[in-house]
Design a protein around this ligand. Structure first.
Ligand code: PTJ
Length: 245
């Protein structure tokens, strides 16, 4: 079925199509479809746009990535499927390393995602040959490379599932999270949490980074920023409720 561009949910339906295709080709995990649905629900409440709190976080993220000695972008199945070109552009603009790191790790998925990133312009993608392990992380996300995630000082983790963020923070790293759910464990554990849809957030960070080289890292209070994002959702629910009074 072809969806006309005039359809009010065109963008959203196109993203779903990308994920369905990537699921069928073995890049996206089954659970990735469920994760996307949860993200969509939060995006709906945010008005499907980049809120001012996200803009502020994206600016902090760009400055932190630019100031890092070893910045790394961690890539999972959903993110690779949704915005491969944007990931490669961000990695080049900083410059930062790309490393595939999966929760539902299989050799087959790892290879497919690395190839997909390379097909979209990535020159080098880490992750296929892990030679380090994040301490105390017993699942597959613990597997990483010494050149990349293990020695990264600033790491960007879009669509994460919580415990790795906490462990990476304990290792002393600055962790930038992208998650539409401001209540998630990852969101709360991040150093900087961007409450925005990943296909908007990544190009925004790239554009900001291009104009920010040499700028100092702005002050950023993650807990206060998350509280404001949650207030915005509460307010938007209240407004919707008023329509039905
Ligand atoms: O590819 P793998 O094997 O590493 O698995 C990836 C998933 C996403 C399946 C895995 O990390 C997972 O289960 O994640 P969670 O715990 O469901 O968390 C994903 C979070 O990302 C949720 O809080 C969603 O609200 C949020 N999210 C989903 N889609 C988007 C999003 N945030 C930003 N942009 C999105 N497109």
């Amino acid at each position: 079925m072809t969806v006309p561009k005039s359809h009010p949910r065109y963008e959203s339906l196109m993203k779903r199509d990308k994920l369905i295709d990537a699921y069928k080709s073995g890049m996206v995990a089954e659970a990735g479809m469920i994760a996307h649905g949860r993200g969509e629900a939060f995006d709906y409440l945010l008005g499907e746009c980049t809120i001012p709190e996200a803009e502020e976080a994206e600016m902090a993220a760009a400055a932190l990535l630019l100031s890092a000695k070893n910045p790394v972008i961690s890539v999972n199945g959903n993110v690779a499927a949704l915005c491969p070109e944007a990931l490669v552009e961000l990695a080049e603009a900083i410059p930062a390393k790309l490393e595939v790191n999966l929760f539902y790790r299989t050799d087959e998925r790892m290879k497919k995602i690395v190839k997909h990133l390379k097909d979209h312009g990535a020159k080098k993608v880490l992750g296929l040959k892990p030679d380090a392990h994040i301490p105390d992380l017993e699942h597959a996300r613990g597997l990483c490379t010494n050149e990349g995630i293990f020695t990264a000082d600033v790491i960007l983790v879009p669509l994460e599932d919580g415990d790795r963020v906490q462990t990476l923070r304990k290792m002393g790293k600055t962790v930038i999270v992208i998650d539409l759910n401001p209540l998630s464990r990852s969101a709360m554990a991040g150093s900087v949490t961007i409450v925005d849809e990943v296909t908007r957030a990544i190009p925004n960070i790239t554009e900001l980074a291009r104009g920010m080289k040499g700028h100092p890292v702005p002050k950023f209070d993650n807990a206060a920023n998350l509280r404001r994002a949650i207030d915005r959702i509460t307010h938007s629910l209240f407004e919707i409720r008023c329509v039905f009074k």
